[in-house]
Design a protein around this ligand. Sequence first.
Ligand SMILES: NC(=O)c1ccc[n+]([C@@H]2O[C@H](COP(=O)([O-])OP(=O)(O)OC[C@H]3O[C@@H](n4cnc5c(N)ncnc54)[C@H](OP(=O)(O)O)[C@@H]3O)[C@@H](O)[C@H]2O)c1
Length: 257
Amino acid sequence: MRLQGKRALVTGGSDGIGLAIAEAFAREGADLLIVGRDAGKLDTARETIAKAAENAAIETLSADLATSAGVDAVVGYVGQSSRPLDILVNNAGVAYLVPFETVSAEQFQHSFALNVTAAFFLTQQLLPHLSAGASVINISSYFASKMIPKRPSSLYSLSKGALNSLTKSLAFELGPRGIRVNAIAPGTIDTAMRRKSIVNLPQQAQDELKDYVERSYPLGRIGRPADVAGMAVHLASHEAAWTSGSIFAVDGGYTAG
Ligand SMILES: NC(=O)c1ccc[n+]([C@@H]2O[C@H](COP(=O)([O-])OP(=O)(O)OC[C@H]3O[C@@H](n4cnc5c(N)ncnc54)[C@H](OP(=O)(O)O)[C@@H]3O)[C@@H](O)[C@H]2O)c1
């Protein structure tokens, strides 16, 4: 098991990509702290992970990471334990795929609060609790650099671009402490977030999007949460001991074109 004895914090670990990462970490022997807002979803996730990895130690914490109080609550919780964190996955995120001219100040603030500010300050405030050799993994998106026709992404792309810059700058600043910082940029992954972002499109737009995706992905399908989890396990493990400051596309070849 590649993560035996390691302690991992996964934000947004109660659903979608974060849950798949948490499950994969548990199967590789890691002990987990998963954070999300909805306590019921966290309980369900704990049961799901426990089924996948019987001996996993799983802690859950309900906190809204789009608020500084939520970030403080997570840092306070981690600080209560003398056990350092070996892996931090900044995964919780929000995607407002709305036309540039309609982006509201609230959407802008919320997007940055969760996608950027939370990753920034959670990592900063957890530094005293990160072990030497710790791995920080930011979940970015292909939307940071590649757009889709008729999917207006100015706000989402901006926030994930900022997260990519943070990934690279922190790799430089934290490398001397032995901390590695990388990002994963998934392609379209079938999760609640993705479904939420298309459900209000007119049927024709949904059909066009489906056609576009099937034509555009060299591997012929969109991703599954587990497709991302494999890369996260690699980056968290000793296999990636000399890997830092990189943004890994996990997107079925989509951005190769
Ligand atoms: N799905 C895709 O196609 C795709 C593609 C590229 C990148 N990504 C990125 O991958 C990450 C995960 O996306 P996903 O599709 O797996 O999303 P998801 O299925 O909607 O899951 C989001 C997770 O984050 C938690 N969360 C949401 N807002 C939160 C908040 N304010 N504070 C704490 N936790 C919060 C949710 O739990 P609660 O709702 O209970 O808080 C849930 O556990 C995001 O950063 C997203 O931008 C997704």
